[in-house]
Design a binder for this molecule. Structure first.
Ligand code: DX5
Ligand code: ZN
Length: 218
């Protein structure tokens, strides 16, 4: 399967969000990555249901929501009703992860778990067979445009081995500091889905950059 590109709109131009989404619709992007932040789990705030519902109206691309929030259980149904297709919660913020994952899947969404850079991959061993994706954060969550954390390579390889040894179809998604310079190596290391924010939205031609990432083989 060829790799997936999920542009994150966190660093998009929110004064022209409709235009940015139309650009993504016209591009070779596979998903739209929505970074939801509550100012508690991460020291930043982003956007909520109203924005997600508006985006849902103007795109058929799968909406991939990354919840950097506490109390995710309280909002799972609202994300589903807002049109989210894939819902990823943070391991570090979920007191009862199996129940949260069950709830997400019972509402027909794909379920993902994100782990921050300091969280070891082993914590996912038991829940892995239930997951559609694992989001291995390659920056500390909270902001776009940060530098890729080099220690992530080992975690990616470990995750790849865990998934392959268990014969699972769980996707490996990474998020933060992904660019043209590290993309090929990351593809080689076994990443399936790339969240790309700044590299896309800060580039002169976002559509062209997405195409270049899509065509980059490992
Ligand atoms: C950070 C978010 C990332 C970010 C994208 O907490 O999860 O999705 O917006 O990062 P860059 O801009 O580095 O690709
Ligand atoms: Zn994200």
């Amino acid at each position: 399967m060829s790799h997936l590109i999920a542009p994150s709109i966190l660093t998009a131009n929110f004064l022209n969000l409709e235009k940015e989404i139309e650009m993504l619709n016209d591009s070779s992007a596979d998903w739209i990555h929505l970074d939801v932040m509550d100012g508690v789990f991460v020291p930043n705030l982003s956007f909520g249901f109203h924005v997600i519902r508006q985006i849902r109206k103007i795109t058929t691309l799968p909406l991939d929501a990354h919840l950097m929030i506490v109390d995710a259980d309280k909002y799972i149904e609202k994300f589903q009703k807002s049109g989210v297709d894939k819902l990823t919660v943070h391991f570090e913020a979920c007191p009862n992860l199996p129940a949260t994952i069950n709830k997400i899947k019972s509402l027909g969404m794909d379920a993902g778990v994100a782990i921050s850079p300091d969280t070891p991959v082993d914590v996912l061993k038991d829940i892995l067979p239930e997951l559609d994706l694992v989001l291995n954060m390659t920056v500390h969550p909270g902001y776009g445009g940060q530098k890729f954390i080099e220690q992530s390579w080992g975690k990616i390889r470990q995750l790849r081995e865990m998934i392959d040894n268990a014969n699972l179809n769980t996707l490996i998604q990474i998020d933060g500091g992904v660019g043209l310079e590290n993309f090929g190596g990351l593809r080689d290391a076994g990443v399936d889905c790339f969240v790309v924010g700044n590299t896309v939205f800060a580039s002169d031609d976002p559509k062209d950059t997405i195409q270049e990432l899509k065509q980059t083989s490992g």
